[in-house]
Design a protein around this ligand. Structure first.
Ligand SMILES: Cc1ncc(COP(=O)(O)O)c(C=O)c1O
Length: 439
């Protein structure tokens, strides 16, 4: 048996002429072993979250090919520097914190009043009010907190394929069964593929308590039309379900027939929560700022407003977005900032158009890219992780395997339009060299 400091065997030791009793306990056989059970829901999660797995494979490829200049069209992370007017506003706020007049500590957990007002008037004019907008450190964090508000009992539907956070947080919360080799038991996967123009056949979708819906969709790049969203809202209303609508890419929409917020659909305010973000609008992926809209008209079965519970979640689990960052958000919504934000979106959309034209020219079936910064490329009959590996090997380009977004993503890869123009053009050159004209 091993003895450690403070863990001696009961013994008598001579100390001068007096015997001293030392009380001690035996050390565990192995140190560092807890007597706490793991949250069993975490055991259900698949090997890893998609993007860390891609990063692991990229690193392995780089180690094997130290000279390779890898281009990432993988994780949807922005690459262009922050626009000047917006960055200056944050620098000014940061400098102000070093002065007595400019200093502020904790702010309202719901966000600064001016920013809530600006978000309401810029994105939801006449549709939602400032007190229904909650400013946060980003949409991903809000999705996790929304799940915390729902607890473990509700049933969940997701678009298939979709942003993995909806499914993984549902698993973590205990809303699902085990993974059955294709998907998680208990999750209603709403297949979205070219056969249904990437909008689910709702007549075949089972009723669930919660429906996650992302438009424009990550990863397919498909934006739902007004008619489709009307169908979706009607479906949620008929079933008494809550729609969690992720509008993180709404400003990328060009098609005038595709609403930029779910609240353009009459009746949505009684069924829908909407989450959105500055990440892909202003390059705030590292800066961190988003918001979630919870209309006051949204009520649980017992008549209590969801707004109250969301306020409770935010005031308990969140301490407000950074004051510096909120100054940046406010700058985004001033005329100069809006101009910069739209210029940035235009730049990424041009990248998307270049990628889409290239794959189309090469003879691939390509989707998305018109209303979103993602291109969804079909490789029918090929496992998408194999396509991912092949593109990495042959082109030194990181894409995202479609199956990482859900079972219906098999046979596709996603290419992200976030990148410098130089990298996008170099990626296009490598794709053409490796794949030439198909058929
Ligand atoms: C659909 C969707 N929602 C939310 C997010 C996360 O946004 P945020 O950076 O605000 O956490 C992303 C990020 O890629 C996304 O694709």
């Amino acid at each position: 048996m091993m003895l450690t400091a403070g863990h001696a065997l009961p013994t008598r030791a001579a100390c001068g002429r007096r015997a001293v009793r030392i009380n001690a306990v035996a050390a565990p056989e192995k140190s560092g072993v807890l007597n706490v059970n793991r949250n069993e829901n975490f055991g259900k999660l698949r090997a890893g979250y998609l993007f860390p797995e891609i990063a692991r494979r990229r690193k392995a490829h780089q180690e094997k090919n130290p000279d390779a200049k890898i281009i990432s069209l993988g994780i949807g992370d922005t690459t262009e520097p922050l626009p000047k007017y917006i960055a200056d506003a944050m620098a000014k706020a940061a400098a102000g914190l070093a002065t007595r007049e400019g200093y502020s500590g904790y702010g309202a957990e719901q966000g600064q009043g001016a920013l809530r007002e600006a978000v309401a008037s810029t994105f939801y004019s006449g549709l939602r009010t400032a007190d229904e907008i909650f400013i946060s450190d980003g949409s991903k964090c809000d999705i996790a907190r929304i799940q915390m508000m729902f607890g473990s009992k509700p049933t969940v539907a997701v678009q298939d394929p979709s942003y993995p956070v909806y499914v993984d947080t549902s698993v973590m919360m205990g809303m699902t069964g085990d993974h059955n080799g294709t998907g998680f038991d208990g999750i209603e996967y709403m297949v979205c593929n070219p056969d249904n123009a990437f909008f689910p056949d709702l007549s075949k979708v089972k009723r669930t308590d919660i429906i996650f819906f992302c438009s424009p969709n990550n990863p397919t790049g498909a934006a739902a039309t007004r008619a489709q969203l009307t169908e979706l809202v009607d479906f949620a209303r008929r079933n008494g379900s809550i729609l969690v609508y992720d509008a993180a890419y709404a400003l990328y929409i060009s098609n005038p027939d595709c609403p930029k917020t779910i609240y353009e659909i009459p009746g949505a305010e009684e069924v829908a929560i909407e989450t959105c973000s500055f990440s892909k609008y202003a390059g705030f992926t590292g800066v961190r700022l988003g918001w979630t809209v919870v209309p006051k008209a949204l009520k649980y079965a017992d008549g209590s407003p969801v707004h109250n519970d969301w306020n409770r979640v935010m005031t308990t689990c969140f301490n407000g977005a950074s004051n510096i960052v909120q100054a940046g958000g406010l700058a985004c919504l001033q005329p100069e900032g809006l101009k910069e934000m739209h210029a940035m979106i235009k730049f990424y959309k041009e990248n998307a158009a270049i990628l889409k034209a290239t794959f189309t020219e090469m003879g691939f079936k390509v989707y998305g890219g018109d209303d979103a910064p993602y291109i969804w490329v079909g490789f029918p009959g090929k496992p998408s992780w194999d396509v991912f590996a092949e593109i990495l090997e042959r082109c030194n380009i990181v894409t995202t395997p479609g199956s990482g977004f859900g079972p219906a993503g098999e046979g596709f890869v996603r290419a992200s339009a976030f990148g410098s123009r130089e990298n996008i053009l170099e990626a296009v050159r490598r794709f053409k060299e490796a794949y030439g004209k198909q058929n």
